[in-house]
Ligand binder design. Structure first.
Ligand SMILES: C[S@@+](CC[C@H](N)C(=O)[O-])C[C@H]1O[C@@H](n2cnc3c(N)ncnc32)[C@H](O)[C@@H]1O
Length: 386
């Protein structure tokens, strides 16, 4: 199994690694052969029965979900979806229970002698769309933090994220590579001096931009203190300069026009219908003349090939504590960008083919990055030069 390669996540023991590998394998089995088997039952029974009864094909994803719930194999599949997710987190917690103190010590030892920086705000009000539920069943969620050296949420996300989605790469940088591909395609001449990554988590995608634009000053914000501490520890360990701060994307403390490039990666689907407009308005305020804003998130349903794939994809809304996962696609994103002050002819709503990590093999011991089969939705806008 490929390991997280930031050098910060503690090495699992043999037994811990075996348990983590099992959780990862169960997920691969679930979304591989088991998903295909349930799909065969869906197309052999559920879809034709619906068509015979209703006189029209079963194409609407919400209707299709109601129908598939009657299928015992889907009931089993969806239960296992939840169970496998819990197994992933629990398997990582074993390692963290054993190593938490050494991670806290490593964070303390960083002190002030750093390339980058971190600024935390213990008074930050955590939005209720985050505090109401443990998103994707992650125990304690993004905001859990106990004491001023706690990094557990970040470490959990680092390893758990890799087990959940190994295609994102051992350095959790797949999203950054994917957004960068989109950026380069649509804004080939961009040369930002100041970059902001919103909802940065542990900064996996952020570091891609540090490498791509080595002269830029890179800022990264998130609501989770322990996520940011771990991100800071990790960035320093990897020799990358990032300025982390604990802030809400709706209302930051940066001056007007501070950034030439504003990014987010899979942040919006974990917010809410109410939060989207204020965040876009804040992006417009923060963007300098000539600047670019780019948000990458879940694929719109029409990017998925068939109704069964849509049902399976929507499963995270129901079995993985992702309440905004489906609803985000009902919003009029270009309309909201215009409302935030972006000109209609400078908005790009497009698709970003995913960069996928192919794990190491004997012939290719470091693994490889290839274009994946999936694409994510991207929405971008630029401002005119003044
Ligand atoms: C799914 S994670 C993605 C993290 C990172 N962008 C990545 O791709 O690895 C979503 C992140 O957005 C953060 N977040 C959600 N709402 C936010 C808000 N209003 N302001 C700042 N961060 C937010 C969460 O705390 C979480 O770390």
């Amino acid at each position: 199994m490929a390991e997280n390669s930031s050098g910060v996540f503690p090495r699992p023991t043999h037994d811990e690694a075996a348990r983590q590998r099992y959780a990862m394998g169960l997920r691969a089995y679930l979304f591989g052969p088991l998903r295909e088997a349930v799909g065969r039952a869906f197309y052999a029974k559920v879809a034709p029965e619906y068509e015979a009864r209703e006189g029209r094909p079963l194409e609407d994803r919400r209707e299709a979900r109601r129908e598939i719930l009657k299928l015992p194999s889907y009931q089993y599949f969806s239960d296992l979806h939840r169970v496998s997710q819990d197994m992933i987190w629990n398997s990582v917690i074993d390692t963290l229970d054993r190593t938490e103190q050494s991670l806290r010590d490593a964070y303390r030892e960083l002190g002030d002698d750093c390339d980058g920086s971190i600024e935390l705000n213990p008074d930050l009000e955590i939005p209720n769309y985050i505090s109401a539920i443990d998103i994707h069943c992650m125990p304690g969620n993004y905001q859990a933090s106990s004491g001023d050296d706690d990094v557990v949420a970040g470490a959990l996300y680092d390893r758990g994220g890799f087990l959940y989605s190994p295609g994102g790469g051992p350095q959790c940088d797949g999203m950054g590579r994917t957004s960068l591909g989109f950026l380069k395609k649509h804004y080939p001449d961009i040369a930002p001096r100041r970059i902001l990554d919103m909802g940065c988590g542990i900064g996996g995608p952020t570091l891609v931009y540090v490498d791509e634009f080595p002269d830029a000053e890179v800022h990264a914000i998130d609501i989770g203190a322990a996520m940011l501490r771990y991100g800071h520890l990790r960035a320093e360990a990897m020799g990358r300069r990032v300025h982390f701060s604990q802030q809400r994307a709706e209302n930051t403390n940066f001056d007007d026009g501070s950034f030439d490039l504003i990014l987010s990666h899979i942040m919006f689907h974990e917010t809410s219908a109410k939060a989207v407009q204020p965040i876009l308005t804040e992006c417009r305020r923060l963007l300098a003349p000539g600047g670019v804003m780019l948000h990458l998130d879940l694929p719109k349903p029409d990017l998925l090939p068939d109704v069964y794939t849509k049902i399976i994809f929507d499963g995270d809304a129901f079995y993985n504590n992702e309440p905004f996962w489906m609803r985000m696609h009902d919003l009029d994103w270009p309309g909201m960008l215009e409302q935030a002050g972006f000109a209609a002819d400078r908005i790009v709503a497009g698709i970003a083919p995913v960069s996928m990590f192919i794990p190491p093999t004997r012939d290719n011991p470091s693994g490889d990055w290839r274009p994946g089969r999936m694409a994510l939705s991207a929405i971008a806008a630029s401002l005119e030069e003044s």
